[in-house]
Design a protein around this ligand. Structure first.
Ligand SMILES: [Zn+2]
Length: 71
């Protein structure tokens, strides 16, 4: 029997806690403080979400929204 599994857990952004709470280290733009959530994806379809541990800074200016670990 061939069992094929495509999936993984990605970090997603939840509710914005505070807009422009920090500054992006890469582009210098404002970074929002957001709640994080983990998203379980199977075949690229989100099937389960649960809240992450800590809020994180997320740059809204950068085209590919980047997570800033050292906010
Ligand atoms: Zn940025």
């Amino acid at each position: 029997m061939f069992f094929f599994f495509v999936g993984g857990v990605e970090q997603g952004a939840g509710r914005v806690l505070k807009e422009a709470a920090g500054r992006c280290l890469r582009c210098g733009g404002a970074a929002d403080l957001v709640e994080t959530e983990k998203v379980l994806k199977l075949f690229f379809v989100p099937v389960k979400r649960w809240p992450g541990k800590d809020p994180a800074y997320l740059c809204g200016e950068y085209p590919l929204r980047v997570w800033l670990t050292d906010g």
